[in-house]
Structures are given as C-alpha cells and as structure tokens.
Write a protein that binds this ligand. Structure first.
Ligand SMILES: [Cu+2]
Length: 135
C-alpha cells in the first residue's frame, strides 16, 4: 500500500514538472514571435511636448541622424503625448513625408532613396525640429 502511494506521488511530481516545462517553453516562444516595435533610430523623448527640448537639441534624439541612401529611418514616440514627423519646416511642410499624429509608442518609418539634407518638424509643437542627412 505504502509503495503504491510513493509511486503515485513520484508520478504526480513528474507530471507536474513536465507540464511546467511545456508551458514555460510555449510562453517563451510566444514572446519571441512578437514583432519588435520598441526600437527606433530616432526617439521622441518624454516632455518633448513642452518647450525647452530645443535648447539642447533633444526634441528628437538624435536631432541629426545620418544614413546612406537607400536606407530607412524609424521614429519612435516615447512620449505620452501625440507628435508627428513631418518633412520641411513649421508652416512650410515639404510634403515628402508626414507621419500624421503618432500615438504614444507608435512608430513611423520612411525610406530615403535620394541623397540630401531633410529637415523635419512636429506639426503639434513648433519648437520640435530634426534633420536626416542622407549621404
Ligand atoms: Cu510634438
């Protein structure tokens, strides 16, 4: 009788360990399958919605981003406010690209195929300016 109980106990522990391993495996798989949306070449930092970030060029970080032609740039809004990434200058958009209003943690990607210096700004906060240099 005692032997039976010990065997049942061992089997039960064994089954629990296996179930634990299986669920652990599937949960880590799920995490790795999710697309990465938390990285950006250029980040819109917290508090960019308030004037002051332009004093040390930190409305977009980095405020000047250099790439080779044919590459893309991804902006990530890490602020809790809406922002945009819009080509040109405030009041003088160049109509090359416009992210529209980016929600917090939303990102925007644009392909730069031609060499040049591309200024951009935020339609909601005139003091927010950045530049992409395509070489
Ligand atoms: Cu903004």
């Amino acid at each position: 009788m005692l032997k039976k109980i010990i065997i049942i106990g061992i089997v039960t522990v064994f089954v629990i360990v296996i179930i634990g391993l299986v669920t652990y495996d599937s949960s880590t798989e799920k995490i790795s399958e999710e697309p990465e949306v938390t990285t950006g070449d250029v980040v819109i930092p917290t508090k960019a919605a308030r004037p002051g970030c332009e004093d040390d060029d930190r409305c977009y970080i980095p405020s000047v981003f250099t790439i080779d032609s044919g590459n893309q740039v991804t902006w990530l809004n890490e602020d809790s406010a809406f922002h945009s990434v819009t080509s040109g200058f405030y009041g003088e958009p160049s109509d090359l690209f416009d992210s529209g209003h980016l929600d917090p943690y939303e990102s925007f990607t644009f392909d730069f195929d031609e060499k040049g210096i591309y200024d951009y700004f935020c339609t909601l906060h005139p003091w927010m300016e950045g530049q992409v240099i395509v070489g």
